[in-house]
Write a protein that binds this ligand. Structure first.
Ligand code: HDE
Length: 687
């Protein structure tokens, strides 16, 4: 039996470790403001007696906790956001009257959320998937949401197919797996029966679906929108975000391993870069074109499965977005932010893209069930930063106590009431519409293969190999042979070489189903900007170099590595057999960033292996060290090594004498590595 003296509080409060009000800034209270004297113990009858229902402190705390989760987003549940600003380069008044695109001296606050589509909120970051790229601009004329993706086209042409698409990719309903993966029967069954998804599938099987970082990812508005200037002239536009750091991706085996080693890889990367003052930046551009020009294209600009090659309509840069502030609270901001493509401002309007039109309905609806109230716009992250006033009233969680007896419009009773403003107000572009009511897909949407072929032809051989790998992996996970043969049939139409290579990888040569396309595909010229590798900047900016070493590392070498890496704009992280403080040969202390077993080389873009000679045995006896090097080599990374590491490279079967991506380093030659590694990968090594 517990002694009488040392009951409740002393045990639970851990003696001196426990903080009381004397060291805190304020008292702990209930939600009603009542100061709490003991937050460690429930109210009981006697020492070991039953708990009391009257313990309102316990009940308030547990009840709140029980209701902490809200329904996760039905798609794009896994996401990460940050604050920043947008500034226009100049006035774009000729194109649009939107206020945030007029004055280069004005910084418009933004909140940006990146996401995967298929996985749940707790799923890993580097799944093969489309990435959401949603930006809320808090403009002086109201909130504008540009709710895009990192891929410029979509799977389907009509919103009525969206629930089917998403049901097919989500975990299968009887078994509730696989999580965050398209590699399963229902997805491939659906898309192989939906030829309009072929172009998008090419993108999703490519490097684009496994980005290296949110900071190194493009964004697209996907649909055609309209810009409206002050004279009421409309111009069609397609939105593009381009990352300043360039667009880079992981390789598949790396993505799979990162999912285990660091499921938060992308969110950690964004958080860390912003915390360290290395603010990511994107340029916003549009492809602007008239309706007459659009009529001359050999595809329909209202079809969201088509892109406009930049050779046809080049980009017009508008301005830049910088993300410079992490959230204070993930739930309050990133989880509660509510994007809606219908949030537009004067100067921006919609087109008749049927997918966009469906989205204009869907997002407001989803916020009602997800956030639970039509007052979701009053949550600080969603609240416009310009004045807003109308006669909407009441509802769950109403935060405003509106004054006066008038809640109707028109009225003559409240002289100060808000009124319509025909001059400043949003007016829809008076596009002429007529026609019969029909449920049809336009003929102009019928070519499903030409742009899939365009994408394939625009890739480098390395990227084509990755696409073959993507299809082979995913179809290899389908255990229904009819789905595989059907998909091979579609690939045959896109490109016979692609189809043959995937069939070969699956061991299904000659088994493609014969599919007759509704419209025979054309043979487009490649479009250079579609290839990430061909258009990648030569830079290590924003990347990470992992230094695998031990205590006793030569001081001169350590200093030279640190300087060369930092000069190149990358970050150096030290990986050691143990996490405790280590020393250079000169006695300088280094705090390793990682211990070896917790930091496989997949977490770094470039690696260096440089153990001290007299501590070499620590690495040689650790199988993680060999894996570290073997993986980096297989993932086509640039590798720097010192003489002391040569034996370890040998153990990992790395051909360090003839592979040009593996460089012998001394303190005088580290720059050679950082210069070469600006190529990002040594692709010559790819089989
Ligand atoms: Fe979404 N989508 N979507 N989507 N979408 C949602 O809205 C929907 C589509 C996109 O970070 C949902 O608030 C329909 C295309 C992003 O919070 C939902 C259709 C594009 C995000 C919804 C599409 C997107 C969403 C789920 C077909 C690229 C995350 C939670 C007509 C242009 C935004 C929510 C964030 C989220 C519906 C297709 C982008 C259910 C019906 C195309 C980036 O309303």
């Amino acid at each position: 039996m517990a002694s009488k003296k040392s009951t409740s509080t002393d045990h639970a409060k851990g003696g001196e470790l426990h903080q009381t009000v004397s060291d805190a800034k304020s008292s702990l209270t209930t939600n009603q403001g009542v100061v709490i004297s003991d937050d460690q113990n429930t109210l009981t009858v006697g020492e070991q007696g039953p708990q009391l229902l009257e313990d309102f402190i316990l009940r308030e705390k547990i009840t709140h906790f029980d209701h902490e989760r809200i329904p996760e987003r039905v798609v794009h549940a896994r996401g990460y956001g940050a604050h920043g600003y947008f500034e226009t380069y100049k006035s774009h008044a000729k194109l649009t009257k939107a206020a945030f695109l007029q004055d280069p001296g004005v910084r418009t606050p933004v909140f940006c959320r990146f996401s995967t589509v298929a996985g749940s909120a707790g799923s890993p970051d580097t799944a093969r998937d489309v990435r959401g790229f949603a930006v809320k601009f808090y403009t002086s004329e109201g909130n504008y949401d540009l709710v895009g993706n990192n891929i410029p086209v979509f799977f389907i042409q009509d919103a009525i197919k969206f629930p089917d698409l998403i049901h097919s990719v989500k975990p299968e309903p009887d078994r509730d797996f696989p999580q965050a993966q398209s590699a399963h029967n229902t997805f491939w069954d659906f898309v192989s029966l939906t030829p309009e998804s072929m172009h998008m599938l090419m993108w999703v099987m490519s490097d684009r679906a496994i980005p290296r970082s949110f900071r190194m990812m493009e964004g697209f508005g996907v649909h055609t929108f309209r810009f409206i200037n002050k004279d009421g002239d409309a111009t069609f536009v397609k939105f593009h975000w381009r990352p300043k750091l360039g667009t880079f991706s992981l390789v598949w085996d790396e993505a799979v391993k990162i999912n285990g080693a660091d499921p938060d890889f992308h969110r950690r990367d964004l958080w860390n870069s912003i915390e360290s003052g290395d603010f990511p930046e994107w340029e916003l551009s549009v492809q602007a074109f008239t309706e007459e020009e659009a009529a001359g294209f050999d595809f329909d600009v209202l079809d969201p499965t088509k892109l406009i090659p930049e050779e046809l309509v080049p980009l017009t840069p508008l301005g830049r977005m910088v993300l410079d502030r992490n959230v204070d609270n993930f739930f309050a901001e990133t989880e509660q932010v509510a994007f809606c493509p219908s949030h537009v401002v004067p100067g921006i309007d919609f087109s008749n893209d049927p997918l966009l039109q469906g989205r204009l309905f869907s997002y407001l609806d989803t916020q009602l069930s997800r956030l639970g109230s039509p007052n979701f716009h009053q949550i600080p992250i969603n609240k416009p930063q310009c004045p807003f006033a109308n006669f909407q009233r009441d509802g769950h969680m109403q935060m405003a106590a509106q004054k006066g007896n008038v809640a109707n419009e028109p009225n003559s009773l409240d002289k100060g009431a808000p009124r319509e403003n025909p001059k400043l107000g949003f007016a829809s572009h008076p596009a002429k519409e007529s026609g019969a009511k029909l449920r049809i897909r336009p003929e102009s949407f019928a070519d499903h293969y030409t742009q899939a072929r365009l994408f394939w032809k625009s890739m480098t051989t390395v990227e084509q190999e990755h696409i073959v790998g993507g299809f082979s992996f995913e179809l290899g996970k389908c255990n229904e042979p009819a789905i595989r043969t059907r998909m091979l049939g579609h690939l045959q139409i896109i490109d016979t070489q692609l189809a043959d290579r995937v069939a070969d990888a699956l061991g299904m040569k000659g088994q493609a189903e014969k599919i007759t396309p509704a419209v025979s595909p054309g043979d487009p010229e490649p479009s250079a900007p579609l290839s990430q590798i061909a258009s990648a900047p030569q830079t290590l900016q924003g990347k990470k170099v992992g230094l695998l070493t031990t205590t006793g590392i030569e001081s001169k070498l350590y200093n030279a590595v640190k300087k060369a890496v930092e000069d190149s704009g990358a970050k150096l992280e030290v990986v050691a057999p143990t996490i405790g403080t280590m020393e250079t040969s000169g006695g300088k202390s280094i705090e390793p960033d990682h211990f070896l077993a917790g930091a496989p080389s997949v977490l770094f873009d470039v690696v260096i292996v440089a153990p001290a000679a007299d501590h070499f045995d620590k690495l040689q006896s650790d199988p993680n060290a060999v894996n570290w090097i073997r993986d980096a080599f297989a993932h086509c990374k640039y590798i720097g090594y010192t003489e002391t590491a040569a034996a370890l490279l040998g153990q990992a079967n790395v051909d360090y004498e003839s592979d040009e991506g593996v460089l012998l380093l001394t303190h005088e030659s580290v720059d050679a590595l950082t210069t070469a590694a600006a190529n990002y990968r040594f692709w010559d090594r790819q089989p």
